[in-house]
Design a protein around this ligand. Structure first.
Ligand code: C2E
Ligand code: CA
Ligand code: CA
Length: 699
């Protein structure tokens, strides 16, 4: 560290030595000038704590020298002690004081006096230097802080103890879109928009935190911009304490409008279906769970309507995805118009919608709304200059009757919807206990069906078919039977549809066909060569979806060794209508190989008698429901008669199935039905009984 300096100005060598000798112990640097000019030169580059100035000097005297020193701006303040031999004339002294001198010493100089005077000046000088240094440092720090605060993207506001703003950085002013003068001096409450629940500033969070001398962070506040509009803000608020006194505060804040927008966009993506703008599945789920909790507390009901379009795929495939989207958008609007404002419509799947009726007047309201929805959406939609009509199936579940969790209720509505679909579509169904048990039973069957063949639980029964005009046996229809150790006899109506949905029908169908063929072969081998029995085997429409289905059947039949002419395949009317071209091609191949084709359940599907002639069939089985009508009313009789007549005109043979009474048989005889089958003649028989039956009638 540099030592403090003292300047001695004296032309006499001895004086120079005496003065510097006295000051020797003060731990200072002493510069000596022998004349005023030398002194001025030294002063250009050096600061001194004090100057000891001789008055009587050749050339420039002490007073002249000091008056020149006083003209140097940076040296004006240096204290000067005049050291003089001149008598103590007040005139001199006044002249010296006038020049800003501080003191006089008279020769011979008293060592103690000199040392103590110089010491005072040195200490004053040191203090001044220190002060200047501190001031410079403080200024530098202040500059740095100002810069920092100004360059910060965050708005910074300083507050006094009355919550009046006493500092605002550039960002703060920009964010509040006011200039500094409009911010500084105003109370902070002019800029903070207290929550609606905290209208009173005194009770607001901000004010409380301040009063308690706490710090706080808020990420969903609103600040005023130019007194006219609010913007979302995240801020940190800190109180400045002096001991335990609150002396002010600082608020650092940032505008989070962009972040909020992004959040909203993300939230929107995650919670709303982007096509229809309806709540999506996840929001439906949240909402249902919350609504259940509320309904539980208030003892109210919720109705869930699950709607599935019956023919959306056709629109989408036929007219394209844009048309499909357009349809969904229009549909969403119609659905929303069918319910109250408070109810929820959500898109929960591709063509699945959920409608949540909150606290309906009574649960029948759900039916009224379901009916309204079905009739509203049945009106044509105008899509890209096409008129498109859609149909839907709706399942209804009620909280708390059908479940008390979102999962249970949705599952219940889904089950009911499934039942609406399977009972003819374009309708709605309430969930019921029976339905629930049905679903459980179906699930059990699904599990058990996998193992049914390998575990040898399946068998084939045979129901005789008789020629009407001579009562002779024509052949048998093969009917599957499943005997399960726990479930007992499982009805074909119960397991065939399940085998169709999980694809097992192909395996089961093949197995049944092989069993039937080999049994028929045995029987025909037992018969005299002119007698033959046919075997009719049911084929599901699902089996037609296998590639090369016709050839597959032909191969199996050829392998069995039975003449192909003795096999009759029963295909339901709806199977043919569902996939006409491919099915018809297959049927033609089968017929070309000699296999006969029979249309099962005729009259229950959609085909008209007029379409019959285009179909490659040999036999038509009139459904039991028509046979039941015989002799019940005039129209029943007329229908059966006209089916028989029309079939004959097309050279198609007619089988009446489900014949249970003598009267039915008589009517069929009278009207020239070809073949009959029914309990009146025989129930389906197991192999042993079928053998016995064959023997008794033919042998
Ligand atoms: P289906 O092909 O229409 O078969 C006739 C059904 O009516 C049989 O019921 C038969 O037992 C019953 N039936 C016959 N005569 C009478 C009668 O006089 N009165 C009454 N009430 N019923 C009579 P089953 O065996 O329960 O079969 C039901 C359905 O299951 C069949 O209807 C058929 O669609 C399907 N099915 C049965 N076996 C097979 C099979 O091996 N493959 C396929 N794909 N479906 C089969
Ligand atoms: Ca059949
Ligand atoms: Ca039938």
């Amino acid at each position: 560290m540099l030592k403090t300096k003292v300047l001695i100005v004296d032309d006499m060598k001895t004086n120079q030595l005496v003065l510097s000798g006295i000051l020797e112990d003060l731990c200072i640097d002493i510069d000596i000038a022998a004349c005023g000019d030398d002194a001025l030169t030294l002063l250009k580059d050096n600061e001194y704590a004090v100057i000891l100035m001789d008055i009587e000097m050749p050339g420039m005297n002490g007073f002249e020298c000091v008056s020149l020193i006083r003209q140097i701006e940076t040296r004006q303040h240096i204290p000067v002690i005049f050291v003089t031999a001149t008598e103590r004339d007040t005139k001199f002294i006044d002249q010296g004081y006038h020049l800003g001198a501080v003191d006089y010493l008279f020769k011979p100089v008293d060592a103690n006096t000199l040392v103590s005077k110089v010491r005072v000046f040195i200490s004053l000088y040191d203090q001044r230097i220190q002060l200047e240094q501190n001031l410079a440092e403080a200024r530098a720090m202040q500059d740095k802080n100002d810069q920092l605060l100004n360059f910060m993207a965050e708005g910074i506001l300083g507050l006094d103890d009355k919550n009046i703003i006493n500092f605002a950085n550039i960002a703060a002013c920009t964010l509040l879109t006011s200039n500094r003068e409009q911010v500084v001096g105003r109370p902070i409450k002019d800029f903070i928009n207290p929550k609606a629940s905290q209208k009173n500033w005194e009770g607001s969070d901000f004010s409380n935190i301040f009063k308690e001398g706490q710090c706080n962070h808020m990420d969903d506040a609103l600040f005023w911009r130019s007194d006219s509009e609010t913007f979302p803000v995240e801020y940190t608020q800190a109180t400045i304490l002096d001991g335990s006194n609150i002396v002010g505060g600082v608020v650092a804040f940032q505008d989070i409008s962009e972040r909020k927008k992004d959040q909203k966009r993300l939230l929107n993506l995650a919670r709303y279906d982007q096509v229809t703008q309806l709540p999506n599945r996840s929001m439906y789920w949240d909402f249902l769970s919350k609504s259940i909790a509320t309904a539980g507390r208030s003892n109210s009901n919720i109705a869930i309507l699950l709607l599935d379009l019956d023919n959306f795929k056709q629109v989408n495939d036929g007219l394209g995805h844009d048309a499909g989207d357009d349809l969904l958008i229009q549909l969403a609007k119609r659905l929303s118009q069918c319910v109250r404002e408070a109810d929820i419509v959500a898109r929960v799947g591709g063509d699945e919608f959920a409608i949540m009726l909150l606290n309906p007047r009574d649960i029948k309201v759900a039916a009224t709304i379901a009916q309204k929805i079905l009739s509203d959406i049945a009106l044509p939609f105008h899509i890209f200059s096409n008129d498109v009509s859609v149909r839907a199936s709706i399942g209804i579940a009620i909280y708390p009757d059908n479940g008390d969790t979102a999962t249970q209720l949705t599952k219940a509505a889904d089950t009911a919807m499934y039942h609406a679909k399977s009972s003819g579509r374009n309708t709605f169904k309430y969930f019921s206990r029976a339905m629930h048990e049905r679903v459980q039973y179906d699930m059990k069957i699904t599990q058990e069906l996998q193992k049914a063949i390998v575990k040898n639980q399946m068998s084939v029964h045979f129901q005789p078919q008789l020629r009407v005009n001579n009562n002779n046996l024509v052949g048998f229809e093969a009917l599957l039977r499943w005997s399960h150790p726990n479930l007992g006899q499982v009805k074909p109506e119960d397991f065939i549809p399940i085998a169709e949905t999980n694809g097992l029908i192909c395996e089961i169908g093949d197995w049944c066909l092989k069993q039937a063929l080999s049994q028929a072969k045995i029987w025909n081998e037992q018969l005299p060569s002119h007698e033959k029995v046919t075997i009719a085997v049911n084929v599901s429409s699902l089996q037609f979806n296998q590639s090369d289905f016709a050839q597959h059947i032909i191969n199996i039949t050829q392998d069995s060794g039975l003449a192909l002419e003795l096999l009759e395949l029963e295909i339901t009317e709806s199977a043919i209508m569902e996939n006409p071209q491919q099915t018809i091609d297959d049927l033609k191949l089968l017929r070309a190989a000699g296999i006969r084709i029979s249309m099962d359940d005729f009259g229950t599907g959609y085909s008209s008698l007029a379409q019959l002639k285009q179909l490659p069939i040999d036999v038509l089985k009139i459904d039991k429901s028509f046979i039941d009508e015989i002799n019940q009313n005039d129209s029943g009789n007329a229908i059966v008669k006209s089916i028989i007549d029309l079939a004959h005109s097309l050279h198609i043979s007619v089988v009446a199935e489900g014949v249970e009474t003598q009267e039915q048989f008589t009517y069929l005889q009278k009207n020239h039905c070809d073949v009959v089958q029914g309990y009146y003649f025989s129930k389906p028989l197991n192999v042993d009984n079928a053998n016995a039956y064959l023997r008794s009638t033919l042998l």
